[in-house]
Design a protein around this ligand. Structure first.
Ligand SMILES: NC(=O)c1ccc[n+]([C@@H]2O[C@H](COP(=O)([O-])OP(=O)(O)OC[C@H]3O[C@@H](n4cnc5c(N)ncnc54)[C@H](OP(=O)(O)O)[C@@H]3O)[C@@H](O)[C@H]2O)c1
Length: 277
């Protein structure tokens, strides 16, 4: 059932930036409010118009046309483009319209100041599995966004997968875990497959094994709700093969490397939010 109203102002929703993540969010927006209430704009006119046609939503040649009279706008451009975009739409966007930004590292305070300080702003960190409805989107409220604005944002993004909420102070570490995390998991799949090829399997079979193992283990971790250490212990029989493999991971510092990778991504997210024009 489409949600009736997104912010108490206009009924329509605008999406600015129809790239990889923007299109994933678009699918969720269509689920939430219906294609007839959605408008999109994008820096690449031909690409944006094709996305609009593919999903049956209204294409707008300018960002100001897209946001004029809407109840909510989702900003899905690159972080470096957010400031200029906010300045461009300020004045046309209704002062009470909900602003949802998925730009990595961009604080709500930055958007609030660029938009004259009146709009409720919700910052979101999605991840790429959102493109198949299996992502995690993490929401944080800006200073004037209420619980109701968070609820409406959650409804708009429900089609991307799981939706969680954290205080904005934690968005940088969230970026390091779930925002960048799919890349670490794809890296693991690639490494598992490489080991299969080393062991004599064809690359296709090795990749099938690696993909299915990671997908099945992730699904099991979710479905069981058990701590991952318990699940690992259950497949590690005394003097068996798995415990021998896990010892190698420990000796090579893989756990510490994962923690360092998340921390490096967190630090980069902090930098992105600091070096704004
Ligand atoms: N991809 C991820 O894994 C991921 C995860 C979490 C969050 N995010 C965030 O999602 C946002 C989008 O990422 P993406 O990977 O979807 O990027 P993308 O594929 O490059 O898409 C961004 C789109 O926005 C358009 N654009 C740029 N400036 C614009 C403007 N002023 N007005 C209208 N359209 C404009 C771009 O067009 P041009 O090419 O003409 O500039 C491009 O089509 C980023 O802020 C990123 O931090 C991404």
């Amino acid at each position: 059932m489409p949600i009736e109203n997104v912010s108490g102002t206009g009924a329509d929703v605008a999406l600015i930036g129809a790239g990889v993540m923007g299109e994933a969010v678009l699918v969720s927006l269509i689920d939430a409010v219906g294609a007839e209430r959605i408008r999109i704009s994008d820096g690449r006119a031909e690409h944006g118009a094709a996305v609009a046609q593919r999903h049956g939503v209204r294409w707008c040649a300018t960002n100001t046309e897209a946001v004029d009279g809407v109840g909510a706008v989702v900003i899905a451009v690159k972080p470096k483009d957010v400031g200029a975009l906010a300045t461009e739409i300020d004045g046309v966007l209704d002062a009470a319209a909900l602003v949802v930004s998925i730009a990595a590292g961009i604080p709500t305070a930055y958007l609030e100041s660029r938009l004259g300080g009146t709009n409720p702003v919700v910052r979101v960190m999605p991840n790429t599995p959102a493109t198949i409805g299996h992502g995690v989107s993490v929401l944080s409220a800006g200073t004037s966004a209420t619980a109701d604005h968070l609820d409406r944002t959650e409804q708009l993004l429900a089609g991307t997968g799981t939706v969680l909420r954290v205080d904005e102070a934690y968005q940088d570490v969230v970026t390091g875990i779930s925002g960048s995390g799919p890349a670490y998991v794809f890296y693991l799949i690639d490494a598992l497959a490489e080991a299969g090829v080393l062991g004599g399997l064809s690359r296709d079979v090795a990749l099938d094994l690696a993909r299915a193992t990671v997908a099945g283990s992730g699904a099991m971790a979710l479905a069981s709700g058990e701590h991952p250490a318990i699940l690992r212990e259950r497949v590690s029989s005394p003097a068996g093969t798995t415990v021998a493999g896990v010892r190698e991971l420990d000796e090579r510092g893989v756990r510490a490397a994962v923690i360092a990778a998340v921390d490096a991504a967190r630090a980069r997210s902090v930098e992105l939010g600091r070096d704004l024009p």
